[in-house]
Write a protein that binds this ligand. Structure first.
Ligand code: ADP
Ligand code: ZN
Length: 650
């Protein structure tokens, strides 16, 4: 089980202005207006139809002869007319002054003289009246309109599919163009715990503020700066802070967003992004996740989108070569793996400046906590330094998340301030995952209790192991039980003893099950994964196997398939043997220690079964073991420990 909580989501990127043609509301409104129009013109404004009777033709002629007809209107052989006194329709009994009748086409009856003779006004209408105006319009333009809208719709779909999210015009534009660059309000004051890095970037700020000053002295200002660091260490935050400090526009784009399904789109987006930034200069372009496109091309096979990545990458290189230094555009790019980047990116004139961000140490964590805790009301018992001490390995994003979780927890409880308890509960939630309610059988609970007690007891017994902070058999996240060990201080360099202690501790769960039940379960899957990883790295990365010697054979795990292994088959099998030897030795140690301390194992398991969770004091009390004095780690290496969590998976 990993102890690093997921990163909180990044600040939302500025959204694109809504494209008027895409808004459904607009379409609905248009539709309603059109409908209303049709109803009004055809129903409401239509002349009221008077009651009309239908007369047989001979009755009509009788009425004319009787002098009762005032006027007639003919449309072909159909006749409508008005009478002086209402006439009666025999069939229905309706009487009305308006009538219609149909003149037989064979009639040759001298109707016209008859009408004239009785002074009837005669009107005539063309047989096929011209269709109304709107009908003509619709008939002539309709098909064209349909085609136009169809094409627009299609392009929109393609636009969406390629991520451009727009109509024709946005084809191949970078999304950075679809929203206006922002000038972030972020400043260096919002970034804590990485002061050295801030100093390095201060120079960029100065340059962006007063480009002339630097050019006058002929100084070379970097075009590209690579921010390297694990996720959540504040790379994006720093880039925004540089723009915010210099008060220049900030164009932000994730490299993975350049690359879409359609080849060539990425390159044209890059072109566009740089053009826009040049127009806005001085400005900052921030490219996140540069390794998504900037992976070394020599690293053999790459999966998917090969051409497209290459073209996009080349375009970035071309653009960076293209602009003269001093134009005032600086490209900041973030990656968590500089080692997999294409060498071409790192050449002078490109990303030649590199800034590395490390997970913060205790002081840094305190400073970061201070920034984020300023936004919540803190209880008097909260000691941020103490919290920083309990969170080794957490990065800025985790700490921001921690403060948020603590505040949420306090709100759930209806408290007015966020107390120390809220913080420690939040740390547990982040480290262990949320509690789950599972119905476990008594025998399952007992087995889990022994498994976790095995981890915990070995954590106490093996010299150099990280202190055991907590044991629980309450299921958390994907784990049925958890043992938390965290170092006293930050560690940056590990001795072989420490690594072996980690392996022995991780095997403690399996060993306890073996010892107590004389059989094993699936519960140790995660533990074994950790064991394999540490043992493997000891052999191939850290040169801790006498057989292999002081050589590093670690594969570049980032380059994916196709990597040529830099050693022979014979060495490979020797590596496997050495990894197995280390694991076997450690398992034997674990079995031996637990056998020797069987009574302590039993009492610890009983205590966990009784209370579900034990903290450090309770664990020491249950086993009767004295607190260890910490074995110190120097502050000279590169890696850093997170709290290690041994979890029993279902
Ligand atoms: P990255 O880009 O390295 O993955 P981000 O810059 O996106 O990390 O960090 C995410 C969030 O974590 C930031 O918005 C900020 O709230 C917090 N954070 C990270 N590092 C720091 C720091 N050094 N100081 C203060 N807050 C930080
Ligand atoms: Zn375990």
């Amino acid at each position: 089980m990993s102890s690093n909580p997921p990163n909180p989501s990044k600040p939302p990127s500025p959204s694109a202005p809504p494209n008027p043609l895409r808004s459904t509301r607009l379409w609905i409104t248009l539709g309603i207006i059109l409908l209303a129009n049709i109803i009004i013109t055809n129903v409401l404004l239509a002349p009221a139809q008077p009651t009309t009777v239908t007369l047989p033709y001979d009755v009509f002629k009788q009425q004319v002869t009787a002098g009762n007809v005032i006027s007639v209107t003919t449309t072909g052989d159909a006749i409508t007319g008005v009478t002086k006194t209402p006439v009666n329709e025999t069939k229905t009994g309706v009487t009305a002054t308006h009538f219609t009748t149909q003149r037989p086409s064979f009639a040759d009856d001298g109707l016209e003289p008859l009408l004239e003779q009785h002074g009837v006004t005669i009107n005539a209408k063309p047989e096929n009246p011209p269709p109304p105006f709107w009908e003509t319009l619709l008939l002539s333009f309709g098909p064209t309109l349909l085609i136009v809208f169809g094409v627009l719709y299609l392009f929109r779909r393609i636009g969406n599919a390629s991520g451009a999210g727009g109509l024709l015009g946005s084809f191949g534009q970078s999304r950075a163009r679809l929203y206006n660059p922002e000038t972030p309000g972020t400043t260096f004051a919002d970034v804590a715990g990485i002061d050295e890095v801030k100093q390095e970037l201060q120079e960029l700020v100065d340059f962006l503020r007063e480009p002339q000053k630097y050019q006058r002295l002929g100084g070379m200002v970097p075009k590209g700066v690579l921010l390297i660091g694990p996720p959540g260490t504040g790379k994006t935050l720093l880039a925004r802070a540089v723009a915010g400090e210099a008060k220049v526009p900030f164009f932000s784009q994730s490299a993975s967003e350049f690359v879409e399904a359609i080849v060539g789109v990425g390159a044209s987006r890059v072109r566009d992004l740089f053009m826009k930034a040049r127009q806005a200069a001085p400005a900052i372009i921030f490219i996140d996740e540069l390794d998504a496109i900037g992976r070394s091309r020599s690293a053999g096979l790459r999966i998917g989108g090969n051409d497209e990545q290459e073209q996009t990458l080349n375009q970035i290189l071309t653009e960076m070569d293209g602009f003269e230094p001093g134009k005032g555009v600086i490209v900041l790019a973030a990656t968590n793996r500089a080692d997999v980047l294409d060498q071409a990116l790192l050449r002078p004139g490109r990303f030649d400046r590199r800034v590395t961000l490390q997970p913060p140490d205790r002081r840094g964590r305190t400073a970061i906590l201070k920034i984020h805790a300023a936004k919540v009301p803190l209880g008097p018992d909260v000691d941020l330094d103490q919290i920083a001490g309990a969170t080794p390995g957490l990065v800025g994003a985790d700490l921001a998340n921690l403060v948020n979780e603590a505040a949420l927890g306090a709100a759930r409880k209806g408290e007015t301030v966020v107390s120390a308890t809220d913080f420690f509960e939040a740390i547990d939630r982040i480290l262990l995952g949320t509690e789950r309610h599972l119905m476990l059988s008594p025998s399952d609970r007992e087995r889990i209790a022994y498994h976790e007690s095995g981890h915990a007891l070995l954590g106490l017994l093996v010299p150099g192991a990280d202190p055991v902070r907590k044991v629980t058999i309450i299921p958390h996240g994907g784990a049925l039980g958890v043992t938390v060990q965290s170092p006293i201080g930050d560690r940056f360099n590990y001795g072989e003893d420490y690594l072996r202690a980690r392996i022995i501790g991780a095997l403690g769960g399996r060993a306890a099950e073996q010892l107590v039940y004389n059989n094993v379960s699936t519960g140790a899957a995660n533990d074994l994964q950790q064991v394999t990883q540490i043992a493997h790295e000891m052999v191939v990365r850290w040169g801790m196997s006498p057989k292999i010697g002081p050589l590093a054979f670690a594969e570049d795990s980032g380059s994916g398939l196709g990597m040529v292994r830099p050693y022979s088959e014979a060495t490979a099998s020797e590596v496997d043997m050495e990894v197995k030897r280390i694991a076997d030795e450690c398992f034997a140690d674990a079995m031996r220690l637990l056998t020797e301390h069987r009574s302590q194992l039993d009492s610890l398991a009983r205590a966990v079964l009784k209370d579900d969770s034990l903290d450090e004091e309770q664990i020491l009390a249950a086993t009767g073991i004295q607190r260890q004095t910490p074995a110190g780690g120097g502050e000279n290496g590169a890696t850093q420990a997170a709290a290690s969590v041994s979890a029993k998976a279902p």
